[in-house]
Design a protein around this ligand. Structure first.
Ligand SMILES: C[S@@+](CC[C@H](N)C(=O)[O-])C[C@H]1O[C@@H](n2cnc3c(N)ncnc32)[C@H](O)[C@@H]1O
Length: 274
């Protein structure tokens, strides 16, 4: 399971553009969920009938998924029957706790849409958010958060990612000496959740924009809620070199980030930046 985790996420994201579209389409159509729920492997005609898709297109999609190792096929009495591989059962089936479906949907709708404008990006020498989404191109997050649904999609995507990568990343450092950790740009609080689970003595302050904090509090639950606090504010644009980014936090003062944690001194606070 360890090597599946380490190797598989890059494998899902490393597909060539056409292959990625196959992955996105199969997820969006619900191919992996259908095969997970079916009591036995299904033929292309049965998959097409249940998904309401064309039989020819479905067969091509399923066979391409087999070549990408997202599905496996066996032939019984001359008929091809498809089922999920361990990779797709773990990361592509909605009911799996490690499902990466939200992150893949975000990549399909945002990141890979921009690839369609590569030629123009090379001509212009700048990103293509304006062309792809009609939003100003200098602010990455006005493109990612272009609607409330898209903001939630991105936040759910980060929950997916940290549900798999949170422990290995946080475990790579010894954060146990720190009683309060601040995740600057902490978004949905997904990393904070993993942090409180890995370090039972710590509390985490999640700093992000007011809209993101509001969405996180509305849509996500935290088993260790008493140890996670959200702080809304805005970051100024500057690079962060020090441990304590006094000039980094714009509309929130350091004291506000540590609000609710009286008595903490600066060295007690560790910063995880985005
Ligand atoms: C790439 S995300 C990382 C989220 C989080 N650290 C994680 O890995 O789950 C960057 C975060 O920074 C926040 N952010 C971007 N610009 C910001 C600003 N000017 N002020 C406050 N937060 C900001 C975004 O809302 C977003 O949640």
């Amino acid at each position: 399971a360890r090597s599946l985790t380490r190797d598989s996420i890059p494998r899902l994201q490393d597909h060539a553009p056409g292959q990625r579209q196959v992955l996105f389409a199969a997820c969006e159509l619900g191919v992996f969920d259908l095969l997970a729920e079916a009591p036995e492997p299904l033929g292309a005609a049965a998959v097409a009938a249940r998904l309401g898709t064309s039989s020819h297109g479905t067969e091509l999609l399923l066979d391409t998924c087999v070549s990408l190792k997202l599905l496996q096929v066996e032939t019984k009495t001359g008929k091809a029957l498809y089922q999920n591989t361990e990779l797709s059962s773990t990361y592509l089936v909605r009911a799996s706790p490690k499902c990466q479906g939200n992150m893949l949907r975000y990549l399909a709708r945002t990141t890979y849409l921009c690839w369609g404008h590569l030629t123009q990006a090379v001509r212009d020498g700048r990103n293509q958010y304006l062309e792809a989404f009609g939003v100003p191109s200098d602010q990455l997050f006005s493109a990612i958060y272009r609607s409330e649904d898209e903001r939630l999609q991105f936040m759910r995507g980060l929950q997916d990612v940290w549900s798999v990568s949170g422990r290995p990343v946080l475990g790579a450092f010894d954060l146990s000496p720190f009683p309060l950790i601040c995740d600057v740009g902490g978004c949905s609080g997904a990393l904070a959740k993993e942090c409180t689970s890995l370090y039972p003595a710590c509390r985490v302050a999640v700093f992000d924009t007011p809209e993101v904090v509001q969405t996180a509090e509305k849509h996500f639950s935290f088993p260790e809620a008493a140890r996670i606090s959200f702080c809304a504010g805005g970051l100024r644009r500057c690079s962060m070199h020090g441990v304590w980014p006094k000039s980094f936090l714009g509309s929130a003062k350091p004291e506000e980030v540590s609000r609710g944690h009286p008595g903490l001194r600066t060295p007690d606070l560790s910063i995880c930046g985005h």
